[in-house]
Write a protein that binds this ligand. Structure first.
Ligand SMILES: *Cc1c(COP(=O)(O)O)cnc(C)c1O
Length: 482
């Protein structure tokens, strides 16, 4: 909580919740970790959970639920049609976003499937601040093309810009004018822009995007999956919003949009998804696809228990003390790493802390997957599982050449309300140690390289005996510590 000052002057985030259910963790010794990552082909996706101490792979579906959410799950009304649970969820969304219509879906990408099938056709253009993997895939599948129009600051790794997720308004106007507004399927704004480090856009920017949409009569769609973080940043970084409540800011954002969709694996700390729609005409066009792909209109592929948890979770998202936990922990981690000279993406965003590997492992060529190598090294040094976001996550071009990524990142997600501050300090400590010893870390090479989505299932080995050397240095520095 931001308002609490410590007598010592130290600035640490203070948890505004207490823990009532716990899961025991296992921290295997470094010898075991070296063996486990080798068996997993140096791919953190292939590690077994029993070998993972802090799972910082993702924030999807792994956020901690509240007691109120758990309690609500017990009163879920299980019926195919006419469920009271569904009505509660629908009314909550109407209350928060002020949109008349709602369609349920089993997760975020299912919403994207429905939206894209209805609104995108061959030759359509979808301008957006930045793409998300599944969004781009669905738009492309329906013959559309995305235009990425994030402001220049968005791709600067080190920055002090408070809203790196902002859309470049001049380029948006230019793209619409160039193609003609009838080619524009919709304009998409992604809250807490995922792939550039959980970076927010400002309310002012969204207002300007709306103006352009009005001028050309095109739809504005908000991907609200990471809305909670974005709301926190608007309240704390946008001068004109500092006296507004989270609920008021949410309504101001929603009032600017025609459609809001979300993954409830992130928003509302539950599982599921949904599309909120302003007009009956759009609602009718999309409605038919819910029974086809998701389930009946009153559950859309979600279990009623999840829907109850989501209803409560959405309400809790309107509480600044609930949504600030993630960004404050991430801010703490980013600050502490910076103090120790570790290269990270700045300013701190939502979702997680992102290590800038291009600088961390300057000596490892991109063709040897430095971000993958650092993720592997971090697991050996700490038992922490992060996610490679760099060249390994790209696909080779049709001629089989490597496509080098714009950024080489290791993403360390901080699922909401899951970790304690001492665990975060442990992560900072081990990352700093790795940074001190970065010269020991070498690259990786594929031993098994799948053609599609190679980062999920691919297996790699170190280019030299660098992992053995790293392990020996660990023993030298930490003695018999885990
Ligand atoms: C996770 C995510 C999605 C997809 O949601 P799923 O529930 O994983 O299908 C879409 N957009 C953004 C911004 C996301 O972070």
């Amino acid at each position: 909580m931001a308002q609490v000052k410590f007598f010592s002057g130290e600035q640490v985030p203070l948890e505004m919740h207490k823990v009532r259910i716990v899961q025991k963790l296992n921290l295997p010794p470094v010898e075991h970790r070296l063996k486990a990552i080798t068996e997993a082909g140096n791919n953190t996706f292939l590690l077994q959970n029993k070998d993972v101490f802090m799972d910082m792979l993702t924030d999807s579906g792994v956020n901690a639920m509240s007691d109120q959410q758990q309690a609500a799950m017990l009163i879920a009304d299980d019926s195919y049609a006419g469920s009271a649970t569904y009505t509660r969820l629908e009314s909550k969304l109407r209350e928060i976003f002020g949109m008349a219509y709602f369609l349920p879906a089993h997760q975020g990408r299912a919403c994207e499937n429905i939206l894209s099938q209805v609104l995108v056709s061959p030759g359509s253009i979808v301008p957006m601040n930045y793409h998300f993997t599944t969004t781009k895939a669905h738009i492309t599948l329906n013959g559309g093309v995305i235009e990425e129009l994030v402001s220049d600051a968005g791709l600067e790794v080190v920055s002090v810009h408070p809203f790196k997720g902002n859309m470049d308004i001049a380029r948006l106007s230019a793209v619409i004018e160039e193609h003609g507004s009838n080619k524009i399927a919709f304009v998409r704004m992604e809250a807490g822009t995922n792939l550039i480090g959980g970076q927010p856009f400002s309310l002012e920017n969204l207002t300007n995007v709306r103006r352009v949409c009005d001028k050309h009569d095109v739809l504005l769609v908000l991907d609200a999956s990471l809305l909670a973080d974005n709301l926190h940043f608007i309240k704390n970084r946008e001068e004109s919003c500092k006296d507004l409540s989270i609920r008021e800011i949410t309504r101001k954002m929603a009032d600017l949009c025609d459609i809001i969709y979300f993954s409830a694996r992130k928003l509302g700390c539950a599982r599921g998804g949904g599309i909120c729609i302003r007009t009956e005409e759009l609602y009718r066009r999309m409605r038919g696809l819910v029974p086809l792909y998701e389930g009946f209109l009153t559950y859309g592929g979600m279990s009623v228990r999840e829907m109850e948890a989501l209803t409560v979770g959405l309400d809790e998202t309107m509480d600044e003390d609930v949504i600030n936990q993630g960004p404050q922990f991430i801010g703490f981690m980013v600050d502490e790493l910076q103090k120790r000279g570790v290269p990270v993406i700045t300013p701190a965003g939502g979702l997680g802390c992102h290590l800038n590997v291009m600088q961390f492992l300057e000596h490892v060529p991109q063709a040897q997957y430095p971000a993958g190598a650092l993720a592997s090294a971090l697991y050996i040094a700490s038992g922490i599982r992060g996610m490679e976001r760099g060249t390994l996550s790209e696909q080779r071009d049709p001629d089989g050449n490597e496509v080098l990524a714009n950024m080489e990142l290791v993403r360390l997600a901080l699922p909401r309300r899951v970790f304690t501050l001492s665990q975060v300090k442990y992560a900072i400590d081990r990352i700093s140690w790795l940074h001190e010893n970065r010269h020991l870390i070498g690259g990786l090479v594929f031993t098994e390289e799948p053609e599609i989505l190679r980062f999920f299932y691919g297996r790699l080995k170190p280019v030299s005996d660098w992992q053995q050397k790293l392990f020996e240095k660990f023993r030298e520095d930490f003695g018999d510590s885990l």
